[in-house]
Design a protein. Structure first.
Lengths: 302, 234
């Protein structure tokens, strides 16, 4: 049981990384829900596969496994181009698709539906390029380390938590301390007043997509390290992501983080009683229950 | 010498025309008030000047430079600031961050200016780290004005600074506005509280139904029987 709790926190840390990207977009970019976020995760994960598995495959010292981890420095290096390319993909789609919609004052629900189409398109491209097969960042056995109280954990999973929460903390610092971060929050609060104060909302939306896309890529890679790469990986991750965001209160950063942990733990702990196949159903049921009791979410403002 | 000139502006929202060819002029160093009933188009006039709404016809000049149709984020760099009537703060940002956002277009060190604003509105000093959304109505209005003053504008546009405030706060706000005007800042404000607006201004325009009904010096308007009966509730 305790072990499932730990696994829940691991899963929750990946959900958290994805969920803050969704929150930033829904707060800054015309209150839209980006249903393509899961497929941005998949895209980032595959880019890392190409960079590490193909481009850097000949560089021996990069493929040497780092300590007890199952992968080498190559994958760590691959985080950077994966994040940048996914950020550029997100920004490009925004300029090409959402920006004209914003100019026509499209409703948020319409833009969210369009993002559903983008999700299918991105996934389609992934299928075309990489096929439907499973891929792995590593080969060989997964070693376990034993923590007190009989908890078994993979060194990779400690890596996942450090990277995920580290990036969450960095994002937090960026939004709280930097001039651009504060301007992003200002646009989220009141876009009209932000323009009056001299902040270009369009420029801030570009920042928001860049950050959101970059974080999605890293979340996708971490998820790939924990499980395996397949074209549907991000799409399947979308439900717990949105359940976490809704649970915490749409638009609330703190809410998304708490929601992510609740979702991660609830899904993993449920496997003690239910088949793992029911995990998404657990996420969904929790989301519905919370909405029935507190429609604005745990940290939501009315 | 006029600092702001609005010429035959027609403006509105969607297909609804609100201003029907309005002309207004503000001289440098003056305090000019626009009074008139609800729905007269006062707010639309300010929004049109500041580029939040684009005029359908007509021109807006700031110091003889054509600023018609420029976006607000460009206009704010030219020496104009605008305090909207409602939603004029960033509620989840702290008081300090609200002021910092007022000088977003400045890349240099803005801390000295922040301190000057605190000196102007000492009540805000103790609330630096509070979210602006937690402030009372009067403090919010001071913060909104403080934010607009961060760039030390030559022309300050104010939309109904007295809305929803208790009389003693209205006085406090107008005292500050008069102070700024005395220091040389040009003020252009629209107000429903016509009496107070006339007392604090040099020139006044009376707006009704999107058209100019009267204009003149505030002193004369205050003394005018008909204006008093129609707009000052006498």
């Amino acid at each position: 049981m305790l072990e499932l709790l730990v696994y829940g926190i691991i899963l929750g840390s990946i959900i958290a990384l994805g969920a803050i990207g969704i929150t930033i977009i829904s707060r800054v970019a015309s209150r839209m829900s980006n249903f393509a976020h899961g497929d941005f995760m998949t895209f980032g994960a595959y880019i890392a596969l190409v960079v590490n598995g193909t481009l850097l495959s000949g560089v021996a010292f990069l493929q040497q496994k780092v300590g007890p981890l199952t992968f080498g420095l190559g994958l760590l290096l691959a985080l950077v181009p994966a994040a940048i390319l996914t950020a550029l993909l997100a920004i490009g789609i925004d300029q090409w698709v959402y920006r004209p919609l914003r100019a026509r004052r499209a409703a948020p629900i319409l833009m969210s539906m369009v993002s559903m189409g983008i999700a299918f398109a991105v996934r389609g491209v992934i299928y075309i390029i990489w096929g439907a097969d499973f891929h792995f960042y590593f080969s060989g056995i997964r070693r376990m380390i034993f923590l007190p109280m009989g908890i078994k954990i993979r060194p990779d999973e400690i890596f996942i938590m450090v990277v995920a929460w580290g990036l969450v903390a960095l994002t937090y610092l960026f939004l709280g301390r930097t001039r651009t971060g504060k301007a992003l929050r200002a646009v989220a609060d009141n876009p009209d007043l932000a323009r009056v104060a001299g902040i270009s909302t369009e420029r801030m939306i570009v920042w928001a997509w860049g950050i959101s896309g970059g974080l999605a890529a890293i979340a996708g890679i971490l998820y790939g390290v924990e499980t395996q790469l397949r074209p549907e990986m991000g799409w399947g991750f979308l439900l717990p992501l949105f359940a976490a965001v809704t649970l915490g209160g749409i638009g609330s950063m703190e809410g998304a983080l708490v929601g992510a942990l609740v979702m991660g733990i609830a899904q993993q702990v449920s496997t003690a009683f239910l088949l793992p196949t029911y995990k998404p159903a657990v996420a969904f049921i929790i989301m519905v229950l919370v909405l029935l009791v507190k429609p604005e979410g745990i940290f939501g403002r009315r | 010498m006029s600092i702001l000139r609005v010429e035959n502006v027609v403006s509105g929202y969607g297909s609804m025309e609100v201003l029907h060819g309005l002309s207004v002029e503000v001289d440098e160093g003056q305090a000019v008030a626009v009074i008139g009933p609800n729905g007269a188009g006062k707010t639309t006039l300010l929004r049109t000047i500041f580029g939040v709404v684009n005029p359908w016809k007509g021109k807006v000049y700031f110091r003889d430079e054509d600023i018609t149709g420029l976006p607000p984020e460009r206009i704010v760099k030219m020496g104009l600031s605008y305090v909207p009537q409602e939603h004029n703060i960033f509620p989840t940002l702290t008081v300090q961050e609200n002021l910092e956002m007022g000088a977003f277009v400045r890349e240099d060190d803005i801390r000295p200016r922040v301190e000057e604003i605190y000196a102007l509105f000492p009540d805000l000093t103790d609330r630096r780290t509070s979210p602006a959304g937690d402030l009372s109505g009067g403090m919010r209005q001071m913060l909104a004005i403080g934010r607009a003053l961060m760039l030390n504008p030559q022309l300050l546009l104010l939309d109904e600074p007295s809305t929803g405030l208790a009389p003693f706060l209205v006085d406090a706000i107008f005292d500050r506005i008069e102070e700024l005007n005395a220091q040389g800042m040009t003020i252009f404000l629209v107000e429903q509280n016509a009496h107070r607006a006339l007392q604090s201004s040099d020139q006044v325009y009376v707006l009704e139904g999107g058209e100019k009904k009267a204009e003149g010096s505030s002193q004369e308007m205050l003394a005018d029987e008909e204006i008093g009966r129609l707009y000052l509730g006498r």
